[in-house]
Design a protein around this ligand. Structure first.
Ligand SMILES: Cc1cc2nc3c(=O)[nH]c(=O)nc-3n(C[C@H](O)[C@H](O)[C@H](O)COP(=O)(O)OP(=O)(O)OC[C@H]3O[C@@H](n4cnc5c(N)ncnc54)[C@H](O)[C@@H]3O)c2cc1C
Length: 513
């Protein structure tokens, strides 16, 4: 039976962040994910790398400070994935918090951030707003603010990078591999039973320490133990809709307060379209059973149309929806007021159960610091040196921005007849790893063609996704490597055919929708 220092359950951004950090610090690591890497909550987020302006309202200064620090690190470490954005906040008569409170909050946010990459906030007179957003409703508009935050268009690709970093450092990360049981000896968790969800193969592994990083599934995983552990997660679900851009619609990112219930929501230009969300509804149950509700679509469209009256979006315009459960700590507070801080639950200390820790809460933004803290804890719990080796992910490696890489990438691909724009696409999705795809095209120049007729993605991206990026199903390739959301039916056919011609195994099975 294989034995590891650390077994991580859950391949979302947090589990993968921990796996990459722990492997780089020399631990033998196995991470297992029942679906695809990043396909859980991570893919259902608003895709913001943000300090959490709203958390100031609840006095969570430390969390805001940590998030702002991480935002600054990520935008420098992974400029092809994380970029600064400038959001507009329109303030209308009667809205709470009042404009002056909003202005004061933004000033505090600026002071906490103090980062030249993110310019400070700015108050705008209402008359100036149409310059930024010509389609914005002016009825009752009293104020406007601009402020800075970050956007990670494709957290799925961040997860792919973390998987590769884990493997490069000697760790193992398996997708479509479910933990079906946690094995115990006395009061110690010693390992797990695993099942490959695509092949049905079942096997067992042993680990000195097991970390449950299953996000909103944390309690479901802990229920695999014979005893009863207290409930840790009290999540809220949130949905988004993706809409086509409209002439009368938003030009840039907005943070607005909903007219119906005063809740904040975002309108974010995203991959050439508009991402609008989110809702925030208390949820107990199996996140796999959740479906976006009609009332959520109606609510998000109504709020978008109220802000941009010329848009007239209807449910028929919705291109794509996402739903996910925020893995928040169990609490009696209202959904918006529950802390977004993360906690590491040490089951040995709290429940007399050795060899197991659970990660609760956290944000996309703070995955790196969560990983750093967790791996320090892992070292303290293993009979490894009591002073953990320094965390390698704090270092800022200066990568070129996608803009700096695009020209070289375009020119190199043009030599193989790739369509204009392909270079910009690869620089954006692969960052400094784009030469790997070029090398594959050199070996097989016909891979420079589009994946299917009219596709912006190249055939080489699909082959690379299976050969190098751990994709095992057509949806892994399309939705979480090539980021074609939504994709036409022929995309899956093309992926399967392309891979079959090269003897690569890829399953056509669709994600559970
Ligand atoms: C609507 C919404 C909007 C959000 N917006 C933002 C935002 O803009 N910015 C931000 O910073 N944060 C945001 N968040 C929070 C952020 O998305 C999450 O905190 C983060 O993605 C959690 O990552 P995770 O790895 O802990 O969980 P997940 O990504 O859910 O990963 C856990 C994984 O565990 C796997 N798993 C479960 N059971 C098993 C098992 N038995 N065996 C193996 N694997 C298993 C699941 O398949 C899943 O992939 C948002 C969250 C939601 C829901």
């Amino acid at each position: 039976m294989s034995r590891y220092d650390l077994l991580i359950i859950g391949g979302g951004v947090n589990g993968l962040g921990i796996a990459a950090d722990a492997s780089a610090r020399g631990l033998s690591v196995l991470l297992v994910e029942k679906g695809d890497f990043g396909g859980g909550t991570t893919a259902a987020s608003s895709r913001l790398i943000h300090g959490g302006l709203r958390y100031l309202q609840y006095g969570e200064i430390d969390l805001v400070r940590e998030s702002l620090r991480e935002r600054g690190l990520l935008v420098r470490q992974r400029p092809h994935l994380v970029r600064p954005i400038r959001l507009l906040i329109p303030a209308y008569q009667g809205q709470q918090p009042a404009a002056w409170v909003m202005g004061a909050g933004l000033k505090a946010y600026d002071l906490l951030a103090h980062d030249p990459v993110f310019p400070p906030s700015q108050r705008l007179p209402p008359a100036a707003l149409p310059r930024y957003e010509p389609g914005l409703s002016l009825a009752g508009l009293t104020d406007g603010f601009l402020y800075s935050d970050g956007q990670v268009e494709f957290p799925e690709r961040l997860c792919v990078e973390l998987t590769r970093e884990t493997r490069a450092a000697g760790g193992t990360a398996l997708n479509h591999t479910r933990v079906t049981a946690l094995r115990t000896e006395g009061s110690r968790v010693t390992g797990t039973s695993l099942r490959d969800e695509l092949t049905g193969r079942a096997w067992e592994v042993e680990a000195a320490l097991t970390l449950n990083a299953a996000g909103p599934w944390v309690d479901a995983v802990n229920r695999l133990l014979p005893g009863t552990l207290p409930r840790l997660v009290g999540g809220t679900w949130g949905s988004h809709v993706v809409l086509p851009p409209r002439e009368a619609g938003p030009r840039g990112p907005l943070y607005a307060l909903a007219r119906r219930d005063g809740r904040p929501f975002f309108l974010l230009p995203w991959d050439g379209r508009l991402l609008v969300g989110t809702t925030d509804v208390p949820f107990e149950g199996d996140p796999d059973t959740l479906r976006v509700q009609d009332w959520e679509v109606e609510y998000l469209l109504a709020e978008t149309n109220a802000l941009f009256p010329g848009c007239g979006y209807t449910p028929a315009d919705v291109l794509h929806t996402t739903i996910g459960v925020r893995p928040l700590p169990a609490s009696d507070r209202s959904a918006g007021a529950i802390t977004r801080r993360h906690f590491l639950v040490d089951h040995a200390r709290l429940h007399g159960l050795q060899g197991l820790g659970s990660v609760v809460g956290g944000k996309l933004t703070t995955y790196r610091s969560l990983a750093e803290e967790t791996v320090d804890w892992v070292f303290r719990n293993l009979s490894h040196p009591s002073v953990p080796p320094p965390c390698p992910t704090r270092r800022i490696l200066r990568f070129p921005s996608p803009e700096e890489m695009t020209d070289d990438c375009e020119a190199a691909l043009a030599r193989f007849g790739a369509a204009p724009g392909s270079g910009a696409r690869l620089a954006r999705l692969h960052g400094p790893r784009w030469p790997e795809l070029l090398e594959r095209v050199r070996q097989e120049p016909e891979l420079a063609r589009p994946l299917f007729s009219g596709s912006a993605a190249l055939a080489v991206e699909a082959v690379h996704a299976v050969e190098t990026e751990g994709a095992r199903t057509a949806d892994d390739v399309i939705r979480r490597r090539l980021m074609l959301l939504p994709a036409p039916a022929e995309a899956a056919e093309s992926v399967v055919e392309l891979c079959a011609q090269r003897g690569l195994s890829v399953v056509k099975a669709r994600d559970r929708q």
